[in-house]
Design a protein around this ligand. Structure first.
Ligand code: SF4
Length: 726
C-alpha cells in the first residue's frame, strides 16, 4: 500500500516491524519527495497495532538514519587482531571494499574451507533479528542447503516452550489477542506484557475496566507486575511446581470441567495420580508462596470465567523449562477455559501460519550439495562448544570443527550463553567469520568481513506473527541506506559467485513471497487457512486475517474446543504419547534445576541469577542507541539485590560488587531493591563492549540445555556475590 495525494509531496507506505516481538506491528512510513522517510507510525487500521508503536520503534528513524550505521562492505585489515574494540573505534580494524570484492573474497574463502574440511565445517548462525518471512529464512536457507553447510538448530529463544506446547496441543494456537478484552481473569505467567507485548495491554485494560483482574506470576517485579492486582513472585524455575499444585487443588475441590476433559483430553487419570503429591504445602516450600496463596490462586483461576493465561517464554528458560510450559499449558484444559470466549491461553499464535516453507527454503537443494544429503545439525545454544570443542575431541561422529561462521540477524557475541567460550571461539585465527549487520556490535569485532544490512524500511517482505492472526505485506518504503542489502540479495548474489546455477537463486523477493503463499494462477494463496488471500488485496490493504479469524464477532475463533488435534491421540495430551515412546516421563513433574538453591553447587554459589532483558531493547538490539540507553540508564551496569542478601554480605547501595561462578565474573554496582525475592539477584543483558571489562551477564550463564527442545537455561544460573575489592 503506497498512498499519495496528487498535490502532496509525501506518500505513505505500509511496512511491518520485523523485530523479534509477538506484536508484528503494521507500520506506516511517510516518505518525502526526496525518498527520505520522515515519519513512522502504527497502522490505525490494524486491529492489534491500533495506531501506536512501542517506545523501541516509535523513534525508529533515528536508527535507520543513525550516523553509526554500517554503510558499506568492510574487510579486516591484515594483521589486526580479532578482539573487543571500544565503541566508536571499530572502523579502525577494517578497510572499505566494494560489494564485488567482498562477495568474491567470501566465496573464495568458503570454497576453500568446503574443499579442505568439507562443507559441514561452515556454520550459519542466525535468529529472529529479522522476523520477516524472507528476512528470517529464505534465500539464506537455499544457499546453505545447496552449499552443504551445517544446519543450525535455532533453539536460542522459543524451542523449549514451543515443543512443550506442541506435546500438549500439537500446534501453537492461542486465544486471539483481541479477545483478552473479554476475560474476567488474566494471568500473565512469565510475561512482561508492558515491556515486550505492549499491544496486548489495551485489551487487558479494557478487561479490567469491565471488572477483570490481572495476576502476574514472575520472580521479578516487572512493569507489568507493578500494575497487577496481585503479583506472585515465585522463585525462578518453580513454575511447574506451582501449576501442578494448582491442579492438585482444582482436582481435590472438584473444580475441573469433566465434560471438556472427557471430550477433548487424553491421560486424565494418569495426571490426576501425578498431581496427588503436589500439595499446597509442598508447592509453597518450592515456590516461596504460602500454602493458602497456592489454594487461593487455584480457586480463583478455576472458578473465574473467562480466565486466560498469557504465558511467555521466560518460564522456559530454566532447566525444567519444557515441564514448566507443559504443566501451565494443561491448566485451561483441566478447567475447560477454552470453551469460554476470552478464556484459554496464549503462548504463541505462530502455528496458525501455514507457509509453504519447502518452496521458500528448498531443503531439496541439499541433495545437490557435495554431501548429497542434509548436513549435520549444530545447536546454536551451544555455540561456545561448537567453536571450541566440536570435532576436536576424537569423536568421529561429530565431524570437522567449524572453520567458517556466517552470522546474520543475530549478535552471538552478546546474546549467546557462556560468553567466554563463545569469544574464545570467535578469536580463533583459523575461523573465517562473516557478519551481516546494521551496526558494529559485539560480534562484528571478530569478523573478517562486515556486510551492511537493511532495516525493514529498506526491503520488501511479508510476515505472520506470534501474537496475532494477520498476514501482512511489508512494502519497501525507502532505498537502502548507503550500500546496505537485504538477506535475499546477499545470499542470492553469493550463490551465483559460488557457481550455483539453480534458477531459484535469482528469484525476486516478490516471487519468493508468492512461493511461500503457494499462489496459484488466479493470484490466490493455496495454503491451508490462507486460500482467501489474494496477493493484490494483501499488497493493497497491508494486512489480511487468517481464514478462521475473518469474522471475529459472528464466528469467533476458539482453539481446541472441538475436533481432532494434531497430537498422537488426537486430543489434548496430559500424558504424552510422544515422550512415552522416547522412554521419558510422559507426565509433567517438578524437578529442581541443578543450578538452583536445591542443587549441590548452591553451597558454593547460593544466589540464583536472572539475566534480564531490558524493556527498551530487543534482546541486544537497540542497546547502541543513545535514546534507548537513556531510558535504561537506571538499571544499566547494576546488580539488583534483595536488601537481606546485601546485608548478609556487607554490601550497601551503590557498592561495586563482584558476581562470579566457575564460568566467569562480572563487576556491577549494587542496587538494593525488593523487586525480587531473597536469594535471587538480577542483572541486565547488555553489549559486552559497554562494560569496562568487555563482558556481560552471559559470562555467568551456561550451555546446559532445557529438558525439552535443547534451549538455553539463561534463568538457571547460580552465582555468589561479594563486595568488589578496591
Ligand atoms: S517491537 Fe513489537 S511492539 Fe514495537 S513496533 Fe515492533 S512489533 Fe510493534
Amino acid at each position: 500500500m503506497a498512498a499519495a495525494s496528487p498535490v502532496s509531496p509525501f506518500h505513505i507506505v505500509h511496512t511491518v516491524c520485523s523485530h523479534d516481538c509477538p506484536d508484528s506491528c503494521g507500520v506506516l512510513v511517510t516518505v518525502n519527495a526526496e525518498g527520505r522517510a520522515v515519519k513512522i507510525q502504527g497502522d490505525p487500521a490494524h486491529p492489534v497495532t491500533q495506531g501506536f508503536l512501542c517506545g523501541k520503534v516509535a523513534k525508529y528513524l533515528d536508527r535507520v538514519y543513525s550516523p553509526d550505521r554500517v554503510l558499506y562492505p568492510l574487510k579486516r585489515k591484515p594483521g589486526v587482531a580479532k578482539e573487543p574494540r571500544p565503541r566508536g573505534r571499530e572502523m579502525e580494524a577494517f578497510v572499505r571494499v566494494s560489494w564485488d570484492e567482498a562477495l568474491d573474497g567470501i566465496a573464495t574463502r568458503l570454497k576453500q574451507v568446503a574443499e579442505r574440511y568439507g562443507p559441514e565445517s561452515i556454520l550459519p548462525y542466525s535468529y529472529a533479528g529479522n522476523m520477516g518471512l524472507l528476512g528470517y529464512g529464505s534465500m539464506d536457507r537455499r544457499f546453505f542447503h545447496r552449499l552443504g553447510a551445517s544446519q543450525l538448530d535455532r533453539t536460542i529463544c522459543s524451542e523449549a516452550g514451543g515443543q512443550a506446547w506442541n506435546l500438549v496441543y500439537g500446534r501453537k494456537l492461542g486465544t486471539p489477542t483481541e479477545d483478552f478484552r473479554l476475560a474476567k481473569l488474566i494471568v500473565a505467567w512469565g510475561a512482561n506484557i508492558h515491556g515486550n507485548n505492549i499491544h496486548l495491554w489495551p485489551f487487558i485494560e479494557q478487561a479490567r475496566r469491565n471488572g477483570g483482574r490481572l495476576i502476574v506470576i514472575d520472580p521479578y517485579r516487572t512493569r507489568t507486575a507493578a500494575l497487577a492486582d496481585w503479583h506472585i513472585a515465585i522463585r525462578p524455575g518453580t513454575d511447574a511446581a506451582l501449576a501442578l499444585g494448582m491442579m492438585h487443588v482444582i482436582l481435590r475441590e472438584g473444580l475441573e470441567d469433566r465434560a471438556y476433559i472427557d471430550a477433548m483430553t487424553h491421560g486424565f487419570g494418569e495426571l490426576k495420580e501425578r498431581v496427588r503429591e503436589y500439595t499446597p504445602e509442598k508447592v509453597a516450600a518450592w515456590t516461596g508462596m504460602s500454602a493458602s496463596q497456592v489454594k487461593s490462586l487455584a480457586r480463583e483461576y478455576a472458578s473465574t470465567r473467562p480466565a486466560v493465561i498469557r504465558l511467555n517464554y521466560g518460564v522456559q528458560r530454566s532447566e525444567n523449562g519444557g515441564a514448566n510450559v507443559r504443566a501451565i499449558a494443561m491448566l485451561p484444559a483441566l478447567t475447560g477455559a477454552w470453551k469460554h470466549r476470552g478464556g484459554g491461553a496464549q503462548l504463541s499464535t505462530s502455528g496458525a501460519f501455514r507457509w509453504n516453507e519447502d518452496a521458500l527454503r528448498r531443503p531439496d537443494l541439499a541433495q545437490r550439495s557435495p554431501l548429497g544429503r542434509l548436513a549435520r545439525t549444530v545447536n546454536m545454544s551451544t555455540l561456545g562448544f561448537a567453536l571450541t570443542e566440536l570435532g576436536r575431541n576424537g569423536h568421529a561422529h561429530e565431524g570437522h570443527p567449524v572453520h567458517a561462521l556466517f552470522v546474520y540477524n543475530s549478535n552471538p557475541g552478546a546474546v549467546a550463553p557462556n560468553h567466554h567460550a563463545v569469544v574464545r571461539g570467535l578469536m580463533r585465527d583459523d575461523l573465517f567469520t562473516v557478519v551481516h549487520e546494521q551496526f558494529f556490535t559485539d560480534t562484528t569485532d571478530y569478523a573478517d568481513y562486515v556486510l551492511p544490512a537493511t532495516t525493514f524500511l529498506e526491503h520488501t517482505d511479508a510476515q505472520g506473527a506470534y501474537g496475532h492472526y494477520f498476514v501482512q505485506w511489508s512494502h519497501q518504503a525507502i532505498e537502502p541506506v548507503g550500500e546496505a542489502r537485504s538477506n535475499v540479495w546477499l545470499f542470492g548474489r553469493l550463490a551465483q559467485r559460488m557457481g550455483f546455477e539453480e534458477e531459484c537463486f535469482r528469484d525476486t523477493p516478490e516471487a519468493m513471497i508468492h512461493q511461500a503463499l503457494g499462489v496459484n494462477g488466479g493470484g490466490r494463496s493455496t495454503n491451508p487457512g490462507m486460500e482467501h488471500i489474494a496477493v493484490n488485496e494483501l499488497k493493497a490493504k497491508g494486512h489480511v486475517p487468517l481464514a478462521f479469524h475473518r469474522e471475529p464477532e459472528s464466528a469467533p475463533f476458539q482453539p481446541y474446543v472441538s475436533g481432532e488435534l494434531p497430537t498422537p491421540s488426537g486430543k489434548v495430551e496430559f500424558c504424552s504419547a510422544t515422550l512415552a515412546a522416547q522412554g521419558q516421563d510422559p507426565l509433567p513433574a517438578f524437578v529442581p534445576p541443578v543450578e538452583s538453591r536445591w542443587g549441590a553447587e548452591a553451597k558454593r554459589y547460593p544466589m540464583e541469577l536472572l539475566g534480564r532483558k531490558n524493556d527498551n531493547y530487543m534482546n541486544s538490539t537497540f542497546a547502541n542507541l543513545e535514546g534507548h540507553r537513556k531510558m535504561e540508564k537506571h538499571k544499566a551496569g547494576k546488580l539488583e539485590m534483595h536488601p537481606a542478601d546485601a546485608a548478609a554480605r556487607g554490601i550497601g547501595e551503590g557498592d561495586r560488587v563482584r558476581i562470579f561462578n566457575d564460568r566467569g565474573e562480572l563487576r556491577l554496582t549494587a542496587l538494593l531493591a525488593d523487586a525480587l525475592p531473597a536469594g535471587v539477584v538480577a542483572g541486565r543483558l547488555d553489549w559486552a563492549k559497554f562494560h569496562p571489562e568487555a563482558a556481560n551477564i552471559n559470562v555467568l550463564t551456561s550451555e546446559r540445555l532445557t529438558d525439552i527442545g535443547g534451549s538455553p537455561t539463561f534463568y538457571s544460573v547460580l552465582v555468589e556475590v561479594e563486595k568488589a575489592g578496591a
